[in-house]
Ligand binder design. Structure first.
Ligand code: FAD
Length: 440
C-alpha cells in the first residue's frame, strides 16, 4: 500500500453521484481534488436512475453500508451545507421497500422446478431478514393477511409472505450530484467538464499523469468513478481488466386515467417488488402523479456503447410498440399482485440507461492490481446512487490510511460497525463469491 498524505492531489475521473460525494469527502479531509468529466456533470447513469435505496441486501457488508448511506442521505443538506431554498426538498423519501414473495401454490404443478425455486428463495429471504435484523435493520417478515391489511391496493392471493423495511425508499438523483458538486466547488475542488481521459503516463507501477483532450494532469492519486465506462477506462490508463459489463436497463411510466386512491396514499406507496422468485423483480413506485415501473431485463453487454446509446430505446422495449413490449409484460406481472395499479392507466414513457454490472452484483471499490495509486469505485450493478455515501467513505479511508487490516470502522452513530473492504476488492475472485440474489 502506498503511503499518502492528506495534502495529496487526487484526480477523480467521472462526473456522476459517486464522484461528487467522493470529491466532497476528500476535499473536507484536506486533499486537493480535481474532477474530470468527458461531457457534462450527470452525463451517465446518475441522471437516468430509478433511484431506489434499500438496506435489504443479502451481503452483510452491504446491509451495514446501506444503513450508513440512508443515515447520510437523511442528513444530506446538513453535510452539504445546502441553502434554505434547497432544503425545502429532502433528497430521500423513506416510503419503504416491500418485497412480495410468490406462493409456491400459485406456481402450476407442471413447473415443479420453479415451485422449488420460489420455496428456496422465500427461505433465503427469511434467513437474510434475520441477518438484517441482527444488524439493527427494522425489517419485518409479513404474512399475506398483514400485507393485504396494510396495503389494500395489493392482492395477496399469490403471495406466501413479504419482507418490509420502512427505512428504505428512494432518492432525488439530480440533487445528489448538483448539490454534491456545488459543495465540492465551494471546498475548492476543480471540476473540469468536457475533459475526456484518453491515456496515462506510467512509471514504476504508478500513474504519473493522465492525458486528456485538454492536456496532461499530474496527481498523486487517481480514482476511476466512471461506472459503466469503467472497464474501458482502466486499461487505457494502465489499470487492470475490470469485470464490469455495461447493460441496458429500462424504466416505464404509467399515467393513471383517473386517481385510483387518494393523493397522500399514492405518494406514500412503497417501492413494491412483485413476486420475487418468478418475476425477475418487476417493481414499481410513485413518481409524482405517475407510477414508475421496471424489472430485471435480460440485455446483452454493450462494451462499446456511446453516450447517445444511453437513451436509445430498442423496439421490443418501447412502451408505444403495441402490446408486445417489455413495458406491457411488466404490467402483466404487476397485475397478478395489484390489478388496481396495473389497470390504472396506460404507459406514457420509456427511459433507459446503463448498469455497470459485476459477476456477483457487488461493486468494485479498492486498489487496482496494476497501478498502486489507482483506485476503482465502480461496478455498482444498479445500486450506485444508494452506494455513493458509503463509497465516498471507503475511498476516503483508503486514501487517508484509515484501513485497519482490511477493515474500515464507521463513524458515530455506527461506531461499533466495520466494513471489510476485501468484500469489494477489484481483484477478488468471483468463483465462490456470494452473489446478491436480486439485481434491481
Ligand atoms: C434504469 C436504471 C435504474 C437504476 N436504478 C437504481 C436504483 O434504483 N438505485 C440505485 O442506487 N442505482 C440505480 N441505478 C444505478 C445508478 O444510477 C448508477 O449506479 C449510478 O448513477 C452510478 O453513478 P456514478 O457516478 O458511479 O456513474 P455515472 O453517473 O454513470 O457517471 C460516470 C461518468 O463518467 C464519465 N466518463 C466516462 N468515461 C470518461 C472518461 N474517459 N473521461 C472522463 N469522464 C468519463 C461519464 O460521462 C459519466 O458522466 C440505476 C441505473 C439505471 C440505468
Amino acid at each position: 500500500m502506498v503511503s499518502s498524505s492528506s495534502t495529496d492531489h487526487v484526480v477523480i475521473v467521472g462526473g456522476g453521484a459517486t464522484s461528487a460525494l467522493i470529491a466532497v469527502r476528500l476535499a473536507e479531509r484536506g486533499f486537493r481534488v480535481t474532477v474530470l468529466e468527458k461531457a457534462q456533470l450527470g452525463n451517465g447513469s446518475s441522471s437516468r436512475s430509478a433511484a431506489g435505496i434499500r438496506a435489504q441486501f443479502s451481503t452483510e457488508e452491504t446491509v451495514v453500508g446501506m444503513q450508513y448511506s440512508q443515515w447520510w442521505y437523511r442528513h444530506f443538506h446538513d453535510f452539504l451545507h445546502s441553502s434554505l431554498e434547497v432544503r425545502q426538498q429532502p433528497v430521500l423519501r423513506q416510503n419503504g421497500y416491500l418485497f412480495l414473495y410468490d406462493a409456491p401454490d400459485a406456481i402450476p404443478v407442471w413447473q415443479p422446478r420453479r415451485k422449488r425455486e420460489v420455496t428456496d428463495i422465500w427461505r433465503q429471504a427469511q434467513v437474510a431478514a434475520t441477518m438484517q435484523q441482527q444488524h439493527g435493520l427494522p425489517v419485518e417478515v409479513l404474512t399475506p393477511q398483514t400485507i393485504q391489511e396494510r396495503w389494500p391496493f395489493l392482492s395477496a392471493e399469490r403471495v406466501v409472505g413479504a419482507t418490509w423495511c420502512p427505512t428504505d425508499g428512494f432518492l432525488l438523483p439530480h440533487m445528489i450530484y448538483t448539490e454534491g458538486f456545488r459543495r465540492a466547488k465551494e471546498l475548492g475542488v476543480d471540476v473540469q467538464e468536457r475533459t475526456e481521459v484518453l491515456g496515462a503516463m506510467l512509471h514504476a507501477g504508478r500513474i504519473q499523469a493522465l492525458m486528456t483532450n485538454r492536456g496532461t494532469i499530474e496527481a498523486d492519486w487517481f480514482i476511476n468513478a466512471t461506472n459503466a465506462w469503467a472497464a474501458r477506462l482502466s486499461p487505457r490508463i494502465g489499470g487492470m481488466a475490470l469485470p464490469v459489463s455495461p447493460r441496458k436497463r429500462y424504466l416505464y411510466f404509467l399515467k393513471p386515467a383517473q386517481p385510483v386512491m387518494d393523493a397522500t396514499t399514492w405518494q406514500q406507496m412503497p417501492m413494491t417488488i412483485y413476486g420475487v422468485g418468478s418475476h425477475r423483480g418487476a417493481h414499481s413506485r410513485p413518481e409524482h402523479d405517475l407510477l414508475l415501473l421496471a424489472w430485471a431485463h435480460e440485455t446483452e453487454p454493450e462494451p462499446l456503447f456511446n453516450d447517445a446509446d444511453q437513451d436509445r430505446v430498442d423496439p421490443p422495449f418501447r412502451h408505444d410498440n403495441g402490446i408486445d413490449n417489455y413495458g406491457c409484460a411488466i404490467l402483466e406481472q404487476v397485475e397478478q399482485f395489484s390489478p388496481l395499479l396495473a389497470n390504472a392507466g396506460g404507459l406514457v414513457a420509456t427511459t433507459s440507461g446503463f448498469y455497470g454490472t459485476t459477476p456477483d452484483a457487488n461493486p468494485l471499490i479498492g486498489l487496482d492490481t496494476q497501478q498502486e495509486n489507482l483506485v476503482h469505485a465502480v461496478g455498482f450493478s444498479g445500486h450506485g446512487l444508494m452506494h455513493a455515501p458509503i463509497t465516498a467513505l471507503l475511498v476516503e479511508a483508503l486514501l487517508a490510511g484509515d484501513v485497519d487490516d482490511g477493515l474500515v470502522h464507521l463513524p458515530v452513530p455506527f461506531a461499533a460497525a466495520t466494513i471489510d473492504l476485501r468484500t469489494f476488492a477489484p481483484g477478488r475472485s468471483f468463483e465462490n463469491a456470494h452473489r446478491e440474489t436480486l439485481v434491481l
